[in-house]
Design a protein around this ligand. Structure first.
Ligand code: NAP
Length: 345
């Protein structure tokens, strides 16, 4: 491990200019992360660009070998390709890596961690010195399913995910904004990041299809949820739809539990679970929705009701700020736990 300065860490964020990266840098400042030094890294395109860190602006540097020297912790949010290339190099240079991409989420040698759900998995950091964070939809699903599974057992899950444009990064949100402007100004609409017009449209496709007709995101939602819950054979079906909102995913979960769980009992379990906030008063028009989830540190859960499909059937609806709560906050919470371990050495 690199030498620590006055019991504070040397940390870097790679991908600091992206949808997740900007949220992450803001959270490190707001939560007073114990960093003696914070380097903000991105591609050549962004060198010198200022990124807000608390009341200061820090300049972006290029992600290159010299940027990894004397580093204790690297938070990676620059996509899977960048993670595959740079995570092993950072570890070889002496850093611990927290990765938000899909690159290592299913690697059995790398713990997949949601801070409120399975922090014990950090004990298995092992020689790889890396921690993977799940996608925002998987994180939301696992946070809600965890307490229900522990209380009543989980036989089967069907999920329907409505994913915001920013799940495709800054470019996804920018394309939705441009298409909306073009439509209102009677200009032709161009689709580049998404295969069809997303503005005022829903696309049953989040990423390329595989031979079975599923997408990597749908498969990831199944595999990451299974791994986080410690239920490797949980039967789970998913459809993910790209919807024309900038931020916050919506997620319908239909469960078959091992026993009938009255909705009031389920609500009490969800209300007590860390990382969740119960918003469930349909008569008073209180239920989770995207705009209410934006900027929040909790996953919102509501519409808890019996699902008539089976005896142990239960249905619920979640809303989560995908870049902040789903991506950045979990990485920061994991980094905070790692920091206390690293600083106690
Ligand atoms: N968006 C979400 O809802 C969400 C949620 C959970 C996890 N994640 C994961 O978080 C990661 C980042 O996603 P995002 O949505 O923030 O993407 P994004 O908005 O497209 O940002 C990508 C970031 O990576 C940087 N980057 C790209 N290529 C690079 C390279 N060759 N070298 C160094 N930096 C490079 C970009 O820098 P430039 O500005 O220089 O291009 C930018 O800072 C992805 O792996 C994604 O799976 C995303």
């Amino acid at each position: 491990m690199a030498r620590m300065q006055a019991r504070r860490l040397r940390a870097a964020v790679a991908g600091a200019t992206g949808a997740v990266g900007r949220e992450l840098v803001g959270l490190l400042a707001a939560r007073d992360f114990p960093a003696a030094e914070l380097r903000l890294l991105a591609s050549e395109r962004s060198v010198g660009e200022p990124v807000q860190f608390g009341d200061r602006e820090l300049p972006v540097e290029r992600l290159e070998t010299s940027a990894l020297e004397d580093l204790d912790l690297l938070l990676l949010c620059a996509g899977a390709e960048v993670s595959r290339r740079w995570a092993p190099r950072a570890v070889a240079a002496g850093a611990v890596v927290v990765d938000t991409s899909a690159a290592f989420r299913l690697d059995p040698e790398v713990p997949l961690v949601v801070a409120e759900l399975n922090p014990g998995a950090l004990a298995a950091l092992g020689p790889r010195h890396m921690v993977a964070c799940p996608d925002g939809a998987s994180l939301a699903a696992a946070l809600a399913l965890g307490p229900l599974s522990r209380a009543a057992g989980l036989r089967r899950v069907w999920a329907f995910a409505c994913l915001s444009a920013s799940q495709a990064g800054r470019a996804g949100a920018a394309e939705l904004e441009q298409q909306t402007r073009d439509l209102f100004n009677f200009r032709p609409v161009r689709a580049e990041r998404f295969p069809h017009q997303l503005a005022f449209n829903c696309l049953p496709r989040c990423g390329p299809f595989d031979a079975d007709g599923s997408t990597a995101l749908e498969r990831g939602l199944v595999e990451e949820t299974r791994r986080l819950l410690g239920l490797p054979r949980l039967p789970m079906g998913v459809t993910a739809v790209q919807v024309p909102v900038f931020s916050a995913h919506g997620l319908a979960l239909h469960l078959e539990l091992g026993r009938a769980l009255p909705p009031d009992e389920a609500r009490a379990l969800l209300a007590d679970a860390p990382g969740l906030r119960l918003v469930d008063d349909p008569a008073g028009e209180a239920y989770p929705h995207g705009l209410e989830a934006v900027g929040q540190d909790e996953v919102l859960v509501g519409r808890v009701r019996r699902d008539g499909g089976s005896e142990g059937g239960l249905a619920l609806w979640l809303a989560v700020d995908n870049a902040r709560r789903g991506g950045a906050l979990n990485a920061v919470q994991v980094a905070e736990r790692l920091a206390s371990v690293l600083l106690s050495r």
